[in-house]
Design a binder for this molecule. Structure first.
Ligand code: GTP
Ligand code: MN
Ligand code: MN
Ligand code: MN
Ligand code: MN
Ligand code: MN
Length: 209
């Protein structure tokens, strides 16, 4: 099992090949580099599973055309005047028109990584919505331009651990993820404090770089 521990410099990290870079460093990369932006959308969810397990937050990921889980977003193109314009355009294509109720901004920026694929730098954002906004995104997503093509469906991430110690977030993390999406998810869960302290302890989530 790869989860939970991933030592720095381990084979799996090297295979994934991505390295965190400062945004200024990423923006200074030459014209031969492609920029991609993806976003974690989340909202507080007061409900309890089986009347017992707090859901805490609704966190969205998507099943991609390649069978891997990732975040909505994509490549920033020549038509986009900045990273966030590209990101919000991709969100519209992949999630549909409910995303026009908000805009992911530079203030929602989390981190950048040089991806395994040569000359792609992946920028990551996280945006807090109301539960109503997030539910509208889910409701409208099947009508999005890319639904059924690049995007096979949205999923919510389970943020709890079941009594067997595996069900919930540990089992979710065993899925196949695109690029650094799994690391981005864990980083956001940690930095935005979306998990309860008990879950953080059991998962042994690595500290910031
Ligand atoms: P096209 O319009 O078909 O080009 O797709 P796209 O613009 O939606 O691009 P996509 O979302 O596939 O992402 C662009 C690049 O980022 C690809 O190299 C992916 O491997 C990578 N990528 C995709 N999703 C994620 C993600 O959630 N996190 C990270 N770090 N990289 C991702
Ligand atoms: Mn039931
Ligand atoms: Mn896309
Ligand atoms: Mn995409
Ligand atoms: Mn695209
Ligand atoms: Mn596309």
């Amino acid at each position: 099992r790869r989860w939970p521990v991933q030592e720095p410099g381990s084979a799996s990290l090297q295979m994934e090949g991505d390295r965190k870079v400062e945004l200024s460093e990423a923006l200074a990369l030459g014209p031969g580099w492609r920029h991609a932006c993806h976003a974690l959308l989340y909202a507080p969810d007061p409900r309890k599973l089986f009347g017992r397990i707090p859901m805490r937050f609704a966190v969205l990921m998507q099943m991609r055309f390649d069978g891997r889980l990732g975040f909505p977003g994509g490549f920033v193109d020549a038509q986009d005047s900045c990273l966030e314009d590209g990101l919000n355009r991709e969100l519209r294509e992949e999630l549909g028109d409910a995303v026009s109720a908000f805009r992911v901004e530079r203030s929602d920026y989390q981190s950048s990584r040089i991806a395994a694929r040569p000359r792609v730098v992946a920028h990551f954002y996280a945006k807090r919505l109301t539960l109503e906004q997030l539910q509208a995104v889910e409701a409208r997503a099947p009508l999005a331009k890319d639904h059924g093509l690049e995007v096979l469906g949205l999923v919510r991430v389970p943020l709890y651990i079941m009594r067997d110690g595996e069900g919930g977030l540990p089992a979710f993390l065993e899925n196949s993820f695109i690029g650094a999406a799994r690391e981005q998810l864990l980083e956001a869960l940690r930095d935005l404090k979306l998990l309860d302290p008990g879950t953080v302890g059991k998962l042994k989530i690595p500290d910031s770089k």
